[in-house]
Write a protein that binds this ligand. Structure first.
Ligand code: ACO
Length: 329
């Protein structure tokens, strides 16, 4: 029996993480550097956000960062690019309007002619990308999927606006999913509410005569903060209920890294001590779709996260978009 993509045999019903990879551009921008650029202070940034420094691209593009992260994830999984039958890239800072960053990445990797496309869900981009790839695998349309979160947010940052420029950084993380006969991914949850555009947006684009020199993020941070804390609390409940699990079943929280105070609120909601929460916001800032796979890879490579442990990933971002993934590593 063959399925629509021509794979032979019965589909396996779950996906599992086969390998992870990450990459940060070498250039570091510290809070002290930012003090020279805008009216801010190291103390304000650390207290309000938990951020001490972030990585910023020089000449690299999102696809450049994605390629390194993807190759590391493929190596970790022991999978060759030509074995992939799906590539999904979560990004809000694609190299070009088109082709998609996923198509550019596919060509760089030499990954054949599998479907490759981008997902634009801002900071929830990696959760959305993983959710889509998991569904491809569950329905038998793919067996090996590359899922990437990659961003060069520094290119859509107004470096004269202290409300936003202290928050963001660049980077990429990647996960290879493969089909399995047991979870792996227990469930993925994705939500959007398009009514809050004015609180967090890049208010220019193709529809208003694209001008890359004016395409900068604007945010009403305080209002976004309150919405994020409430919404992430709700999605923790939704995710555990969908799987008949208790808070105590979660071994690790791998949150989107926007603000340490949002992370602390979600950890409190879960009753998890901070030793069980992967935090990179101090070193990476908010890297949008890249933040969760960067944090996941860091904690896997330094040996904190081990096979068999249960991980809850959650994110909130522009759109608004938000979502979660519960997975046994
Ligand atoms: N340095 C010094 N002072 C500053 C800075 C700065 N960099 N930025 C703002 N301030 C000032 C403000 O002007 C304000 O001054 P005022 O009281 O005189 O008016 C004061 O600090 C307090 O400002 P708030 O916005 O109320 O500060 P808050 O404690 O809310 O922290 C922050 C701001 C860090 C942005 C926080 O609100 C936050 O993290 N919001 C959520 C961000 C988020 O999760 N976004 C979603 C993902 S991002 C994406 O999708 C692209």
């Amino acid at each position: 029996m063959s399925n629509p993509l021509g794979h032979e045999g019965a589909a396996l019903n779950y996906s599992r993480i086969a390998g992870t990879g990450a990459h940060l551009p070498p250039k570091i921008l510290t809070n002290l550097d930012l003090e020279e650029m805008v009216d801010t202070s190291d103390e304000w940034i650390r207290e309000r956000t938990g951020i001490a420094e972030r990585h910023i691209v020089g000449g690299e593009t999102t696809c450049d960062l994605a390629e390194v992260a993807a190759r590391r994830a493929l190596d970790a999984a022991g999978i060759r690019p030509e074995e992939l039958d799906l590539i999904v890239v979560g990004t809000t800072t694609p190299d070009q309007v088109f082709p998609s960053t996923a198509c550019l990445l596919q060509a760089r990797l030499g990954a054949g002619d599998c479907p490759a496309f981008d997902i634009q869900a801002v900071c929830a981009g990696f959760i959305y990308a993983l959710g889509v790839a998991d569904r491809f695998i569950r329905c038998g349309a793919a067996r090996k999927a590359l899922v990437v979160g990659a961003e060069t947010l520094s290119r859509i940052t107004d470096w004269t606006d202290r409300n936003t420029c202290v928050l963001f950084g660049d980077g990429a993380g990647a996960v290879v999913l493969e089909s399995a006969d047991a979870p792996g991914v227990f469930s993925t949850h994705m939500h959007s509410d398009g009514n809050y555009k004015s609180l967090l947006e890049v208010p220019t684009g193709i529809g208003s005569g694209f001008d890359a020199g004016r395409a900068f993020m604007t945010m009403r941070g305080n209002e976004v903060f309150k919405f994020a804390v409430t919404t992430l609390g709700r999605i923790v409940d939704e995710t555990l209920a969908a799987n008949g699990m208790e808070k105590s079943d979660v071994d690790w929280l791998i949150p989107h890294q926007a603000n340490i105070r949002i992370i602390l609120a979600t950890a409190r909601k879960l009753g998890l001590p901070m030793e069980r929460v992967v935090v990179t916001v101090d070193r990476h800032g908010n890297t949008s779709a890249a933040s969760i796979p960067l944090a996941l890879d860091a904690a896997i490579r330094d040996g904190r996260i081990r096979r068999g442990e249960t991980l809850l990933m959650e994110a909130f971002g522009g759109g608004f978009t938000w979502g979660s993934v519960l997975v046994k590593y």
